[in-house]
Ligand binder design. Structure first.
Ligand code: S3P
Length: 419
């Protein structure tokens, strides 16, 4: 059954995390409309409250009172910060904690405990912060309040989380930081710093972050998340008759790599911009318009979270699609590169990994096994749920409940778009 209709994906997860976590450092009061409703963003909210942050009102129009760095700590005892499954919470809050009084111990679930933290600890330590990992991973201990100095940092991993941690630490430093990005990553943190009265200045040499104070605006509206929207937009392109429109979508160029790939694969893609500030927002329609053809995908990090669904799309395209430089996917909720490869293979798709590149050959007739296994990775789970939908099957997807991490309404939206 081709997907047809309109939907509004949940609020953008990256922006939601930043609004909440930056409220720990900022002064003022802000009503945030449309914060993401997934478990990851709930984790950031829970930790905001653990640190003494107050909220009022309903979740979809939540008022947060900024802490201005005056966090609640228990003298003599570290503050325990359980980041659950959320890498964004752990990394951004660790950057922020270097400039807060007190001692913080960051931990998380088994998946988060696998993920690398040395690449975060190392630049923060170079800034003067006291940060200790456990063999390069969580638990991570930050002793806040050490004198911090600006840093020259090359973001070789292409990680917006690392960049953001350094930006947030620099706010409390005694000199600016210069962040050089060989490939640009999502820029939400620097945009918010500027919107909240700080100074993050893009220059030909790189992004210069100045130390300073933040004041939040009275209102913030969170656009819909393109990384969640990508699932249905992509699936619409795969079957004759498919046509799906996402409303109020964040149209930040650093997040739209998947749309460029869908166009190259041969889908019809149209965008209509409705608002430009503080972030571009509009409607996006994707439709099937004939057979798809293979392409080469080199746009990491602008589609870092969309690789699972794009790999499924590649299985519907004639020829071999190559995804280059997917090394970072090994450090996501699972080794996402290996998991995509294994699950595509289980569905009878010809796929192979060579170094950090993934090759997917299509068009494939999906032959589903008895069970699919998401490894409890939300983005893989949604991809597999769509694969079984496209194959017209009800194959169980192990770990499917992980979709609540980013898109609790996924199954309801799938039901509506396929009705
Ligand atoms: C995110 C950045 C990306 C992305 C994650 C959210 C962010 O991670 O995969 O889902 O909000 O900054 P990396 O920056 O580690 O690649």
């Amino acid at each position: 059954m081709p997907l047809r209709g309109e939907f509004t994906p949940p609020g953008d997860k990256s922006i939601s995390h930043r609004l909440i976590l930056m409220s720990i450092a900022a002064e003022g009061e802000m009503t945030a409309t449309g914060l993401a409703d997934g478990d990851d963003v709930k984790t950031s909210l829970r930790l905001f409250r653990t640190l003494g942050g107050e909220t009022r009102g309903p979740e979809d129009r939540l008022t947060l009172t900024g802490l201005g760095g005056r966090v609640k700590t228990d003298p003599g005892r570290p503050v325990e910060l359980d980041c659950g499954n959320s890498g964004t919470t752990a990394r951004l809050l660790a950057g922020l904690a270097t400039g807060l009084p007190g001692v913080y111990v960051f931990d998380g679930d088994a998946q988060l405990r696998r993920r690398p933290m040395e690449r975060l600890a190392e630049p923060l330590a170079r800034m003067g912060a006291r940060v200790e990992t456990t063999d390069g991973r969580l638990p991570l201990r930050v002793t806040g309040g050490a004198p911090l100095h600006g840093l020259e940092y090359v973001n070789r991993a292409g990680s917006a989380q690392l960049k953001s941690a350094i930006i947030l630490a620099t706010l409390k430093a005694d000199s600016p930081s210069l962040i050089i990005e060989p490939v640009p990553t999502r820029d939400h943190t620097e945009k918010l710093v500027n919107a909240w009265g700080g100074r993050a200045v893009p220059t030909p040499a790189g992004l210069i972050i100045h130390p300073g104070r933040l004041t939040m605006p009275p209102e913030a509206t969170v656009p819909a998340d393109p990384s969640s929207g990508a699932f249905f937009l992509t699936a619409a392109a795969l079957q004759p008759g498919g046509r799906v429109t996402a409303r109020s979508l964040l149209l930040s160029p650093g997040r739209l790599g998947f749309l460029r790939v869908l166009e190259r694969l041969g889908a019809e893609v149209s965008l209509s911009l409705e608002k430009e500030e503080p972030e571009p927002v509009g409607r996006v329609t994707v439709a099937h318009q004939g057979p798809l053809k293979a392409t080469e995908v080199t746009e990491i990090p602008s589609l870092v979270d969309e690789v699972p669904i794009l790999a499924l799309a590649a299985a519907f395209a004639e020829g071999t699609t190559v995804f280059r430089n997917l090394g970072e996917l090994r450090f996501k909720e699972t080794d996402r590169l290996a998991a995509i490869h294994t699950q595509l293979g289980a569905m009878g798709v010809q796929a192979r990994v060579s170094g950090d590149d993934l090759f997917v050959t299509g068009p494939a007739a999906l032959t589903l096994p008895e069970v699919l296994d998401s490894g409890h990775d939300h983005r893989l789970a949604m991809t597999l749920l769509l694969a079984r939908h496209l194959a017209g099957r009800r194959t169980p997807v192990l770990g499917e409940e992980s979709i609540s991490i980013s898109y609790p309404g996924f199954m309801a939206d799938l039901a509506r778009l396929s009705a």
